[in-house]
Ligand binder design. Structure first.
Ligand SMILES: [Fe+2]
Length: 303
């Protein structure tokens, strides 16, 4: 592990142990996830009484594939028709019923690169052991010639980074990597989660990235303004699950965002930046969705 990674891992571990949320505006707050889960337990009880529990579970494994073509004047020519498979919020140890439908959807697709924007784990703390086997199965089924690149979410631990890299995932922890193709290149910058674990290194990584056509991988949309200020072209994220449990019509009951509260779902724009907030594959809290399908997303870049 390089020197910067060692420092980052120690700082992240301290934040994980503190049970506090480290927010970008300088404040911190207690993580109330355990209380939120208790409230969800009551919701599940009500669903059982109403006869809707099984329907919610079935909804959660009906993962759709969204196909989007996105045009950029600044895209290098060699990356015209470059295909990105975007996965997020796998929460892969939370619902064993989800993996087969997910693999089935992925098996239908052809893509050049796979980008994963965090939340591998169901819980927000504790062992990472339950993630490893299902994630290995998933990785074995992803055929991406330009690799699998990922960053962490607020449900994830610093302990995942070396384990996932051993599996073949290129983890980006406030780091950038150049993807080269036929003499052209694009830049990927992966930012550590800023919803629970913000540090100024998140901003520095965006400010210090190489120039060129830049894609930001961030767990949540909460760095939208920094990415726009630093001339990123595309920002891929998840975190919101598009609400996961929504009112009829898809209106979220919970957003879990401090900033960018209107960036809950789908495409958004800010100056020259195109952002996309995916509904994600998995679920958190409870393995249930209503009025809000899970998704994997295939982007085709055009110039
Ligand atoms: Fe999530």
């Amino acid at each position: 592990m390089n020197h910067q990674r060692v420092i980052w891992a120690a700082a992240r571990l301290a934040l994980e142990s503190s049970q506090k949320k480290n927010r970008r505006n300088g404040s911190s707050g207690i993580r109330y996830w355990a209380s939120f889960e208790k409230a969800l337990g009551l919701f599940v009880w009500l669903l059982r009484i109403a006869g809707l529990h099984k329907k919610g579970i079935q909804n959660a494994i009906n993962i759709k594939c969204e196909h989007h073509s996105v045009a950029f004047d600044s895209l290098p020519e060699a990356f015209h028709k470059f295909r990105i498979l975007h996965l997020t919020d796998l929460h892969i140890d939370g619902n064993p019923l989800m993996l087969d439908p997910l693999l089935k959807q992925i098996s239908k697709l052809e893509y050049d690169i796979c980008l994963i924007t965090g939340d591998f784990r169901f819980g927000t703390h504790g062992s990472i052991a339950g993630v490893i086997e299902p994630l290995k199965t998933l990785i074995e089924n992803i055929k991406a010639p330009f690799g699998i690149h990922a960053t962490l979410g607020n449900h994830d631990s610093q302990a995942m980074v070396p384990v996932f890299e051993e599996m073949g995932i290129n983890m980006l922890v406030n780091e950038s990597v150049k993807i080269k193709k036929d003499g052209d290149e694009i830049v990927l910058t992966g930012i550590d989660d800023v919803h629970y674990y913000y540090t100024d290194n998140a901003i520095h990584a965006m400010e210090q990235s190489p120039e060129g056509f830049k894609i930001a991988l961030v767990h949540s949309p909460e760095m939208f303004d920094v990415a726009a200020d630093n001339h990123y072209s595309l920002y891929l994220c998840g975190h919101t699950h598009a609400g996961q449990i929504c009112l009829p019509g898809g209106k979220p009951v919970f957003k879990h965002l401090y900033t960018g509260k209107n960036l809950t779902k789908g495409f958004w724009k800010l100056n020259g930046l195109t952002g996309y907030t995916s509904a994600g594959c998995g679920t958190s809290g409870i393995p249930i969705r209503f009025n809000c399908e899970g998704e994997i997303t295939l982007f085709t870049l055009l110039n």
